[in-house]
Design a protein around this ligand. Structure first.
Ligand SMILES: Nc1nc2c(ncn2[C@@H]2O[C@H](COP(=O)(O)OP(=O)(O)OP(=O)(O)O)[C@@H](O)[C@H]2O)c(=O)[nH]1
Ligand SMILES: [Mg+2]
Length: 251
């Protein structure tokens, strides 16, 4: 976890942790006795997150809601994929969206314009969403039974990998402009995902990017990944993706 980039501060301050929670996380220790190591604090934060993720799973299971956690570096096309997907399937299935961003409601506004139940979570200095935030949010959202929930995580290929949001499926998106070595350089994200969307394939003719190498590199990290090759803006590969999505809801 990125103790050095400010997300540690964010989690201590902006979550308004109670005295008991601070105690549970071992943070108050910090003021009175010896300082816990960074690794100890990270372990506690992750175990708190995992407990909340289990609660989310229980909630989603009980209501038969299928949740996707969409992760990628900034600008790979997550919100564009959501817009296009929503337009294609909203007449068939109820969809809710949680938008994570450091600041602005740009993405949430784009999704809300499509008439979708959407909540924006702004993390400010935080560089990933956490299960506690998602749990509080879904409880307020009135998500109907037997529906789909998309969580668009903060654009960041590093930290979101460590935080289970209780999702049914994690989708890592990589666009071909990012380079075919990225799965090797950011392995945790590819290791923790079940599905990999390779986007912007319409740009391949202009790039030195080998799509087979993206796949080989990703599979060397996680041999179970399933792939979709898309150009969301040109509509290439979208039929496969949409029919896959609809199958997940039926099962
Ligand atoms: N050429 C091309 N451009 C695309 C495609 N998909 C998305 N884009 C463009 O990529 C840019 C970023 O798209 P977004 O959907 O905002 O990306 P994002 O992953 O949601 O970005 P953040 O939320 O900031 O991380 C926009 O200009 C899109 O139009 C695609 O398939 N091909
Ligand atoms: Mg976005």
């Amino acid at each position: 976890m990125c103790g050095s980039c400010g997300c540690g501060d964010h989690h201590k301050h902006s979550h308004n942790l109670s005295h008991e929670q601070m105690h549970a996380l071992g943070m108050e220790h910090h003021h009175h006795h010896e300082q816990p190591s960074v690794i100890e604090i990270e372990k506690d934060i992750l175990s708190h997150n995992n407990n909340m993720a289990e609660r989310i799973r229980g909630y989603l299971d009980a209501k038969n809601i299928y949740a996707f956690n969409l992760v990628s570096s900034p600008g790979s096309g997550k919100t564009t994929l959501l817009e296009t997907t929503i337009k294609a399937i909203k007449s068939k299935i109820n969809i809710s969206v949680i938008e994570g961003d450091q600041r602005t409601s740009n993405d949430a506004d784009r999704i809300m314009n499509l008439g979708i139940n959407t909540v924006q979570i702004n993390t400010e200095t935080g560089c990933h969403l956490e299960a506690g935030e998602i749990y509080d949010t879904i409880k307020q959202m009135n998500i109907p039974e037997s529906s789909l929930l998309f969580i668009e995580n903060i654009g960041n290929l590093v930290c979101p990998a460590l935080f289970d949001l209780g999702e049914n499926e994690r989708i890592v998106m990589i666009s071909v402009t990012e380079g075919d070595d990225k799965p090797l350089k950011y392995p945790y994200m590819f290791e923790s995902a079940q599905t990999c969307i390779i986007n912007k394939i319409d740009l391949l003719p202009y790039l030195q990017c080998d799509i087979e190498r993206i796949k080989q590199n990703a599979l060397s990290i996680n041999p179970h990944l399933r792939f979709f090759e898309l150009s969301v803006t040109q509509g290439i590969g979208m039929e496969n993706w949409i029919s896959y999505l609809l199958q997940q809801i039926q099962t």
